[in-house]
Design a binder for this molecule. Structure first.
Ligand SMILES: Cc1cc2nc3c(=O)[nH]c(=O)nc-3n(C[C@H](O)[C@H](O)[C@H](O)COP(=O)(O)O)c2cc1C
Length: 192
């Protein structure tokens, strides 16, 4: 296949597909949720997690006010909810009421944790830095909510139990297929 070289970031600017989450926030008596595809683990010790969001998002204002955020990992059968919270503005509607989003009690923060999440982090904001048109918000993970049956030994997601939500760009979502999983031992492959 032929390659084109360009200086602009172009079509592959967002490196999709990406595991996509719902970020939650709470402040001033308001709960909110938004879809986030740009997110990453940053450190094991202390446990830090980063999300890159536009300062135009209502969620951003709530995180700055509340100094906390939640990161919710949902199964593929809840992909519609990602599109719903990613396609609506918390400044205009109460997304929890409109989309009938059930929550669990958070334990270390006041952020909503989604009942349907197979994993969720409660994070305390430790850094908020601008990079271009987005803000990189770094949170310390202070509580982890896990559906333990969703994980095989060694903390690997059990794909027989949970299908994660991947976002391909535009309005396209997909999930993983267990048939494509390959076990490649790095110790073996690193020495070959
Ligand atoms: C699949 C998907 C992924 C998204 N990822 C991001 C993201 O990583 N960062 C961001 O700032 N906005 C992202 N968005 C856009 C926000 O979710 C969207 O603007 C939302 O309406 C913001 O809601 P709020 O104004 O209530 O905070 C994404 C939207 C979708 C549909």
């Amino acid at each position: 296949m032929a390659k084109v070289i360009s200086e602009g970031i172009g079509a592959f600017s967002q490196c999709f597909p990406r595991l996509t989450v719902i970020v939650t926030a709470q402040a001033k008596g308001r709960d909110n949720a938004m879809a986030v595809a740009w997110h990453t683990p940053i450190s094991f010790n202390p446990p830090l997690y980063g999300i890159s969001i536009s300062p135009k998002r209502f969620t951003y204002q709530l995180i700055v006010d509340g100094k906390e955020f939640g990161v919710n990992f949902l199964p593929f059968d809840r992909a519609e909810l990602v599109a719903s919270v990613g396609g609506s503005k918390g400044q205009q509607i109460d997304k929890f009421r409109k989309f009938n989003i059930a929550t669990d009690k958070s334990v270390k923060t006041a952020v909503p944790i989604l009942k349907d999440a197979y994993a969720a982090y409660e994070c305390r904001l430790v850094d908020d830095r601008g990079y271009g048109d987005h803000r990189l918000l770094v949170g310390e993970i202070v509580a982890v909510h896990l559906v333990t049956e969703a994980f095989a030994p060694e903390e690997v997601l059990d794909l027989d139990k949970v299908s994660p939500i991947l976002y391909l760009g535009q309005e396209l979502y997909l999930t993983t297929s267990k048939d494509t999983v390959r076990s490649l031992d790095r110790e073996v492959y690193g020495q070959r």
